[in-house]
Design a protein around this ligand. Structure first.
Ligand code: SF4
Length: 267
């Protein structure tokens, strides 16, 4: 084994030493490059665990667990305006990573009472949203996320990172955005940071294994998966079953280069 390879393996061992800290405490509000690499490696190890046929779903669950633990350690003061039954943000463009979309599709298939009665109803609402960007969604179309059921998220435990990290200190600002007005929504910067850290490190791990790192529009991605035979196995094997699904193209350049750097660091 070359010296370079030996040094690389020693470095990965070092990064793995931080895994128990991450799993215990979640994502810290102020991270380091080493911690970010450790987190990306945690995702990679999960995605590479061939004993687990559902490892892609486990990786999505891991992302949500790391986020939730991090959020718990950063309580909000003053309290957020967000509460059960308030669903303005569920009318916006919602983005998901492919593993998160696969997890939502699995949960929908397993649900005893699928959203508003049937998977067909989910797909019908997804068709109504197809191709609509943020502006079009908030300009009178009023077709909410197909997972929303009577003003509640019917898959709340498995909602994607983009929903988890969304917060607001002013419900009036959310209502104004819902009416199509442009303006800032005062939100918890820490929750945004934690969510972005989890998402970027997860994408770094996906990239290091040759998977795509796109953020897909939730309803179209989940519908496509529901319509695809053997979707989980095929995506895990590297087939791009989500080709053509609308994506969120707003990832800033500095995050793209962070994702690439993480992928290099853990490969
Ligand atoms: S997944 Fe749940 S929280 Fe997110 S937009 Fe849909 S209904 Fe709302």
């Amino acid at each position: 084994m070359s010296e370079l390879r030996k040094r690389k393996l020693a470095r990965l061992r070092e990064l793995r030493r931080l895994h128990p800290v991450l799993l215990g405490r979640g994502v810290p509000l102020i991270g380091t490059e080493q911690l970010a690499q450790s987190m990306a490696l945690l995702f990679r190890d999960c995605l590479e665990n061939r004993q687990n046929k559902r490892r892609v779903l486990s990786a999505a669950e891991l992302a949500h667990r790391l986020y939730d633990a991090g959020e718990k350690n950063a309580p909000s003061s003053p309290p957020l305006s967000c509460k059960a039954g308030c669903d303005f943000c569920c009318n916006a463009f919602v983005s998901v990573l492919a593993p998160e979309a696969l997890l939502l599709a699995e949960r929908l298939k397993a649900a005893k009472t699928p959203v508003e009665g049937s998977i067909d109803a989910f797909k019908a609402r997804a068709v109504a949203l197809r191709g609509l960007d943020q502006r079009a969604r908030l300009s009178g179309r009023r077709v909410s996320c197909p997972i929303l059921d009577r003003h509640l998220c019917s898959l709340h435990a498995d909602r994607p990172l983009s929903c988890r990290k969304h917060s607001s200190f002013a419900v009036e600002a959310c209502a104004a955005a819902f009416e199509g007005e442009e303006g800032p929504i005062p939100s918890h910067a820490g929750y945004h940071t934690i969510g972005t850290t989890v998402s970027v490190t997860f994408r770094g791990a996906l990239k290091s294994l040759g998977y795509g790192t796109a953020l897909y529009e939730l309803s179209e991605a989940v519908s496509t998966i529901l319509d695809t035979q053997d979707a989980l196995r095929r995506w895990t094997a590297g087939e791009d079953i989500l080709a053509g699904v609308q994506t969120d193209t707003t990832t800033p350049a500095h995050l793209t280069s962070t994702i690439e750097g993480l992928a290099r660091a853990i490969s």
